[in-house]
Design a protein around this ligand. Structure first.
Ligand code: ZN
Length: 317
């Protein structure tokens, strides 16, 4: 059976102060906080999920705020940038908004024919906005400080640095269903499900570059969409037979996950499209209260007491 992922499911990164993180992603980028939870392996740390109005798979950037960790180091074996899709013509709006909000951005560049505005979040995470007319599954968020026509449509791509291209390219094309779309300025663009916004990974080979190190401002892992548990387990088998070491399937409550390191060291995850973020909260009230997985619920009082208080940015509550 031919296995394939269906684009980006979510990206998880490491942030500094959770309040600064919330202010930026909700207050400046206008994303919706769709889930406020804790790191299931370290419940004294938040796990914050930002997405479109409905938490559509592929729109969700999540953070572990670990202010004490110190900044990470960009390098090989890491996801080095997360570009988001915006509608054609939106970058004028975003350039003005960033100038008003004091967000530093780079010059607009053209990548694979797409107009792109690179910038960083307050903790150094490399992001970009890419104008694209590709169709996206998208639900606007009516309480966003950003008008609907300019809201982020979800992740457009992810960019990886690798010491060697070939082993990663082989995994992507022969096991995960990607095809090579093109090469430009050392970047190799691959697309799953025919490519298109949200289905793209770009890999650059940098043999002389030092290894990256996790820290604030770094991507922790990239999760790839699989339809359901059955498809996930089939792909898990393919990954294992390729000589990699996937974890057992882990129930993340809102989706089911399998983790593995691709040959260059970037942490990948497979994540099922369902059940979804409205499994434990109704769509109207996503992200408003601290959500704990059932096995942590008995410790809610201690967990809440150990977490810093978060206030929604003005105009978005
Ligand atoms: Zn994940």
């Amino acid at each position: 059976m031919q296995t394939s992922v269906h684009g980006i499911h979510h990206v998880t990164a490491i942030a500094g102060d959770p309040r600064e993180n919330l202010d930026f992603y909700v207050g400046v980028l206008g994303m919706r906080l769709v889930k406020k939870s804790v790191n299931q392996d370290a419940p004294d740390t938040y796990h914050l999920f930002y997405a479109d109005g409905a938490g559509t798979p592929g729109s969700d950037l999540t953070f572990f705020p670990w202010p004490d960790m110190g900044p990470g180091r960009l390098g090989i074996g890491l996801t080095v940038e997360v570009p988001f899709a915006v509608p054609p013509g939106s970058l004028e709006y975003w350039k003005k908004r960033f100038a008003n909000q004091g967000v530093k951005c780079d010059e607009i560049e053209i990548r694979f024919g797409e107009t792109t505005l690179p910038f960083r979040d307050p903790h150094g995470l490399q992001l970009a906005l890419v104008e694209t007319a590709d169709p996206r599954q998208f639900t606007p968020w009516e309480k966003s400080p950003v008008p609907q026509e300019h809201q982020l449509r979800g992740m457009h791509a992810v960019r990886l640095w690798e010491r060697h291209l070939a082993p990663t390219a082989t995994l992507l094309t022969e096991r995960m269903g990607f095809t090579l779309i093109g090469t430009e300025n050392g970047w190799n663009r691959y697309g799953a499900d025919g490519g298109g916004s949200g289905n793209i990974v770009e890999v650059k080979e940098l043999p002389g570059e030092q290894r990256g190190r996790w820290g604030t401002g770094c991507v922790h892992h990239v999760a790839w969409r699989v339809k359901d548990s059955e498809e996930e387990m089939a792909l898990r088998g393919v990954i294992e037979r390729a000589g990699l070491q996937p974890t057992p399937q882990i129930d993340r409550f809102w989706f089911k996950s399998v983790y593995f390191k691709e040959p260059g060291g970037v942490l990948f995850e497979l994540a099922t499209d369902g059940p979804g973020f409205d499994r434990d909260e109704d769509m109207e009230h996503l992200g408003e209260r601290l959500i704990l997985p059932p096995w942590l619920e008995p410790h809610r009082k201690e967990i809440e007491a150990a977490l810093p208080r978060l206030e929604m940015p003005r105009g978005s509550e």
